[in-house]
Ligand binder design. Structure first.
Ligand SMILES: *[C@@H]1O[C@H](CO)[C@@H](O)[C@H](O)[C@H]1NC(C)=O
Ligand SMILES: *[C@@H]1O[C@H](CO)[C@@H](O)[C@H](O)[C@H]1NC(C)=O
Ligand SMILES: *[C@@H]1O[C@H](CO)[C@@H](O)[C@H](O)[C@H]1NC(C)=O
Ligand SMILES: *[C@@H]1O[C@H](CO)[C@@H](O)[C@H](O)[C@H]1NC(C)=O
Ligand SMILES: *[C@@H]1O[C@H](CO)[C@@H](O)[C@H](O)[C@H]1NC(C)=O
Ligand SMILES: *[C@@H]1O[C@H](CO)[C@@H](O)[C@H](O)[C@H]1NC(C)=O
Ligand SMILES: *[C@@H]1O[C@H](CO)[C@@H](O)[C@H](O)[C@H]1NC(C)=O
Ligand SMILES: *[C@@H]1O[C@H](CO)[C@@H](O)[C@H](O)[C@H]1NC(C)=O
Ligand SMILES: *[C@@H]1O[C@H](CO)[C@@H](O)[C@H](O)[C@H]1NC(C)=O
Ligand SMILES: *[C@@H]1O[C@H](CO)[C@@H](O)[C@H](O)[C@H]1NC(C)=O
Length: 439
């Protein structure tokens, strides 16, 4: 019975299809031989010209930061790579920064305790750097390269498949490197009730002004915990006292989208990790950006189309106010959908919130003035824009790393093709780096 109804359905399907072909035959337009007849097509491009700045032939990059003197710093999560923080040397080469010794060697990245693998607890050298961010020279700090070390390398399990061990306090950290003398001058680590073993430090932003309410007067940092294991949220850090606390952990605005199937270069994308069943890309809180007045933080989980914001006063509020977390959750704004998943964010002096859009090969921006997301630049070479950084020259620089083609997402098969790249585009309306938060 079951089999027969299947056959019947198949026959009907074929009949319908044949009918459709007959019905439209007279309307099919063959290729025109006339030069004046050209069908409109989408050339995949709009916005300012994309310029090619650098080519990666060795390690695939993640984060990027551009200094006032034009130096470009880049990160590589590890793994097997020789180093995790680098500086661009010329058009085709990079070097470990500030030196090779501070980049722990691959055999020092993890430990084993009671047979369970963990990340290294080394708090003085780099384990796996995810993000970098540069704040300008101020009266109290030199121009600083802030280094976000997850403390969680990717190692190979007994089956030879990639896996990410839990973090140990000390390993996950925020380090400050003076760009005047290329030396680490400050390090912040996190207690185990703020940075969980399954936390993953993904990005960071700063407000260094002395007069910000709820801080000790030496500024504060907002870090993204993107925890793929499912406990994403914000980690807040007072740079004067070193105290840290969490906000919006597992609030619905930081959680990954449900069974998300993004489209990259026109192809539907399911998550195919070797040794695991086919599933979905699942990543919570990822992109963040402060407005130039420091009052609002925009953010978004990676595998959703929604943009959110929260007044920063609610993030700074400490647990000494027992209602701090309730008030924060009540004050989240949902700005609706933007038309695709977004990866990292950046922001310019005009207050535009740039969002890297891997599903559109594009960068969009949200404009607070009209409450809408707009197209900025699109180009077929933008194959997974990862980190982005605005330089003093008014260009936005982005790393291109072809992430959807990496082996860890494709049953172990590496479909990336060298080179990766740094691309840049000129910002609209004289936009440049935000400087207002760093007096
Ligand atoms: C298109 O080509 C087919 C096959 O050569 C021909 O039968 C048909 O008439 C053509 N259609 C038009 C609109 O010229
Ligand atoms: C139409 O043009 C395309 C591209 O040049 C070609 O691949 C295709 O065979 C042509 N079709 C016909 C019916 O001539
Ligand atoms: C692509 O199409 C757009 C819109 O028609 C046009 O402005 C742009 O110049 C085209 N770009 C290229 C590279 O052809
Ligand atoms: C770039 O730097 C690398 C490493 O220092 C060197 O081998 C290579 O020749 C340089 N390339 C150019 C074009 O200068
Ligand atoms: C690091 O992890 C790998 C793979 O799990 C393991 O073989 C190695 O023994 C670990 N290293 C240490 C020092 O525990
Ligand atoms: C951390 O790594 C650095 C660089 O290899 C090394 O000098 C230092 O002794 C390590 N610290 C600990 C606690 O192992
Ligand atoms: C950094 O800023 C201070 C004043 O805030 C100034 O005295 C110093 O010269 C600046 N340093 C550099 C390298 O620009
Ligand atoms: C480098 O600069 C930092 C910050 O200004 C300072 O604390 C440190 O002493 C300097 N280190 C060296 C080696 O000059
Ligand atoms: C919500 O944020 C505003 C600032 O935009 C602040 O004045 C207000 O106190 C916040 N509400 C709560 C309940 O925290
Ligand atoms: C805080 O300081 C900045 C400069 O650092 C200034 O622009 C701003 O007006 C000050 N805000 C308040 C509330 O005093």
């Amino acid at each position: 019975m079951l089999l027969q109804s299947c056959v019947a359905a198949l026959t009907l399907g074929l009949a319908a299809h044949a009918q459709e072909v007959i019905a439209t035959a007279g309307l099919i337009q063959n290729n025109s031989t006339s030069a004046s007849t050209r069908l409109r097509y989408d050339n995949g491009t709009y916005g300012p010209a994309i310029e090619e700045v650098h080519y990666y032939y060795d390690q695939w990059p993640i984060g990027i930061a551009v200094a006032s003197d034009g130096r470009i710093f880049t990160t590589y999560t590890r793994g097997d790579y020789d180093y995790t923080l680098g500086v661009i040397v010329n058009e085709t080469a990079e070097a470990p920064y500030p030196n090779a010794a501070l980049n722990l060697s691959p055999d020092q990245l993890n430990t084993t305790w009671n047979g369970i693998p963990f990340g290294s607890s080394n708090s003085t050298a780099f384990i796996s750097v995810q993000a970098v961010y540069i704040t300008p020279n101020t009266s109290t700090r030199p121009e600083t390269l802030w280094v976000v070390d997850t403390g969680r390398p990717t190692v190979h399990n007994a089956q030879g498949e990639p896996s990410m061990p839990y973090a140990v306090p000390g390993g996950p950290k925020l380090m400050a490197i003076s760009l005047a003398n290329d030396t680490i001058y400050e390090t912040f680590t996190f207690p185990a009730d703020v940075h969980y073993p399954d936390s993953y430090l993904n990005d960071v932003r700063f407000d260094l002004r002395a007069n910000v309410s709820g801080t000790s007067g030496s500024g504060y940092a907002i870090l993204v915990d993107s925890s793929n294991e499912g406990r994403p949220g914000f980690i807040m850090l007072d740079l004067g006292t070193g105290e840290s606390w969490r906000r919006l952990t597992q609030d619905r605005s930081v959680l990954r989208g449900d069974e998300d199937v993004p489209v990259y270069q026109g192809h539907t994308f399911y998550f195919r990790q070797k040794g695991s069943p086919t599933g979905w890309q699942q990543e919570g809180l990822d992109g963040i950006q402060l407005t130039p007045d420091g009052k609002t933080l925009y953010y978004s989980p990676l595998s959703t189309s929604r943009l959110y914001s929260i007044p920063t006063v609610n993030l700074r509020e400490r647990d000494t106010n027992p209602l701090a977390e309730l008030n924060a959750r009540a004050n989240v704004s949902d700005h609706g959908q933007r038309g695709g998943d977004a990866n990292g964010f950046e922001g310019d002096s005009n207050g535009l919130i740039y969002q890297l859009m891997p599903t559109q090969n594009a960068i969009f921006y949200y404009d607070q003035a009209d409450g809408q997301t707009h197209p900025f630049v699109r180009d077929p070479r933008i194959i997974w824009p990862d980190g982005a950084s605005i330089g003093a020259d008014g260009y936005i620089y982005m790393n291109i790393n072809q992430l959807p083609y990496q082996p860890d997402w494709n049953n172990g098969v590496d479909q990336r093709q060298h080179p990766g790249a740094i691309l840049r585009a000129k910002l609209p309306n004289g936009g440049t780096k935000v400087t207002s938060l760093y007096a």
